[in-house]
Design a protein around this ligand. Structure first.
Ligand SMILES: Cc1ncc(COP(=O)(O)O)c(C=O)c1O
Length: 309
């Protein structure tokens, strides 16, 4: 694999953010920069895929099959991981393949074979005959679910707590992150070393996220979890100018980039809650940056397509 960077920035850096709001409220805010782990394979995708790829290799699998939407961070990261570790990859994708979409372009450039399926089959996943037929044409694949959440993903995420406790003495009062399927949040809860409360901001409309996270975590550390569903900006992938302006201001003042699907929303929510005195004075917060920055090219592409129409 000449020329391919397989070194990962682990432990990922912990950076403090300082500004007037945080000073006035006497809040210490750190950002755990998992977005910096690797140019292609970073954030929660690095954590979730680490033991899945190890498992595939240990079982001599030659191919990984997974699922995702057209702008999926998970498809992008799986294509990257498979090319880094010499595995073939198949991405079963919802809807049509637009080969100008930057996520699709990247996946194809990393050798992922993309197979489109109808939205109705995609929703049914393994229960869909169309998907079963596709999977059964390949010999002995390692199948990873959409979003990458399974027990190996949780094991990879769990390691973050040890890193955070090494980097912030006495552990932060709160760990804050964005959630979708809830797998990343569940992984944090499964750690025996967790001493912090966990605030999980849902990036989508969901009435059952708390139950889902606790189910995935086997109810471990349930008293430490709070799920906030007030900052999804209309649902998964939805955004408005207020969110985009917040992201731009945050990026300009900190140098930390945020995607508009997950981290932009969670950081917006966090700042709002700080402003509204949710956190006691003197609290130490650790915001877990879950990556997803490839989504910024997707946003630029969607805006460009809208202008052209
Ligand atoms: C960048 C980013 N952050 C957060 C999440 C949410 O993670 P989870 O689905 O494990 O809740 C995702 C989706 O997997 C993601 O791509």
């Amino acid at each position: 694999m000449d020329g391919i960077n397989t070194s990962f920035l682990i432990p990922s850096p912990m950076e403090q953010i300082e500004n007037e709001l945080l000073g006035n409220k006497n809040i210490t805010l750190f950002v755990k920069r998992d977005d910096l782990i690797h140019p292609w394979l970073s954030g929660n995708k690095y954590r979730k895929l680490k033991y899945n790829i190890a498992q595939a290799k240990d079982h001599n699998k030659k191919m990984v099959i997974t699922f995702g939407g057209a702008f999926s961070n998970h498809l992008y990261a799986t294509a990257a991981a498979c090319s880094l570790y010499g595995l073939q990859s198949i991405g079963i994708i919802r809807g049509d393949i637009d080969s100008d979409n930057p996520t699709i372009k990247f996946c194809m450039a990393r050798g992922m074979k993309l197979i489109p399926v109808s939205r109705s089959s995609f929703r049914l996943k393994h229960e869909s005959k169309e998907i079963q037929d596709i999977v059964s044409t390949y010999y002995d694949p390692y199948v990873i679910p959409e979003g990458g959440t399974n027990s190996f993903a949780l094991k990879g995420v769990e390691e973050l707590i040890h890193e955070i406790n090494q980097q912030i003495l006495l552990s932060p009062d709160y760990i804050i992150l964005a959630s979708g399927t809830g797998g990343t949040t569940a992984g944090l809860l499964t750690s025996d070393e967790l001493r912090s409360k966990v605030i999980s901001f849902s990036a989508l409309k969901s009435d059952h996220l708390t139950e889902e996270i606790l189910r995935l975590a086997g109810n471990k550390n349930n008293q430490l979890l709070t799920v906030i569903s007030d900052y999804h900006f209309g649902g998964y992938g939805k955004w408005n100018n207020e969110l985009l302006n917040f992201i731009t201001e945050f990026e300009d003042s900190t140098g930390v980039l945020l995607d508009h699907v997950y981290n932009g929303k969670a950081m917006y929510g966090l700042y709002d809650m700080i402003r509204n005195d949710f956190f006691a004075k003197g609290s130490t917060l650790c915001y877990l940056h879950t990556g997803g920055l490839q989504g910024k090219s997707g946003l630029a592409y969607m805006k460009m397509k809208k202008r052209v129409k």
